[in-house]
Design a protein around this ligand. Sequence first.
Ligand code: MG
Length: 270
Amino acid sequence: MYKPIRDLDKHLINIQQLSDISTHSYHIYLLATDMDGTLTKNGKFTSQLLNTLERLSTAKIPVLIVTGRSAGWVSAISSLMPIAGAIAENGGLFYLSDNSDPVTLTHIPDLVNHRQDLAKTFVNLQTYFPQIQESADNLFRVTDWTFDLTSLTTEELQKIGNLCQQMGWGFTYSNVQCHIQPPGQNKAVGLLKVLRQYFPTYFPEQVITVGDSPNDESLFNQRYFPISVGVANIRGYENQLQHQPTYITTAAEGDGFCELCSYILENCQM
Ligand SMILES: [Mg+2]
C-alpha cells in the first residue's frame, strides 16, 4: 500500500534573494501551500478559494497542499480538490491527485512498532501535562501523533518540544494541533522530495511556498525556497520563527492566499 520513495537528499539548492516576484525571469510557477489558516477562512474553505484554485488549474499552475493534517484527511482532499497533489502529516506522506495510493516520504521500517512508540511517548508527555488530549484525527495517522493545542502556552510548547527531543522525537505545532513526529520530518524535506520526484522541471525559484504557522517554518527557509509568502496571520508568530517568509500578504488566511494568487495570475504569466 505504501510505496517508498528513493533517497532524494541530493536536491538542487539555489540561494537567491528576490526583491519582487514579478521581476523574476521565470514566468511559470508551482504553488506549495499550507491548508489550515492559509487556505481556510475561519476554519472553512470559501467559494473564493475554490474559484481561485480552479483559475490556477486553468492557467496550468500546479498547486500542492502541504499540511499537518492526517493521511486520512489528505487522501480525500487530494482527490476532491482541483490540485496537483497533497503532502500529509508535515512531510510524512504524499498523495498525487490522480492516484489514491500514498507515497511514504519518511522511512518507517515497522509501522506497528512505530505507532506503539508514538503512543508511549504521548503517555509520557501526559505525566508532565495531564491536560493534553489525543486529537480526533489521530486514528487516521501513519507517521506522526497529534494532540490538541488547547490552552498550552508558548513556554509549555517549548518544554514539550524539549521533552520530545530528549525521547528521540521531533515536535511541531500549528494553529490547530501539536505533532510528535519522526526527527527530521518537516514540510520542506517532504516537499523537496516530492518536487524532485514528481515535478523535476521546476527550479526552486519557480516554487512559491505559502503558510501561516510555526509548522510552516521550514517552507520559509530561503536556502531551499527563495520565494516564500506568509498570509497576514503569520504576524502572530513572528517572534517564534527562525525563518521568516520573504513576503507577507495584506489579507489574512484564505483571503491572503487568494490575494497572492490574483497577483500571480495577473502579473506572472507569459
Ligand atoms: Mg496553518
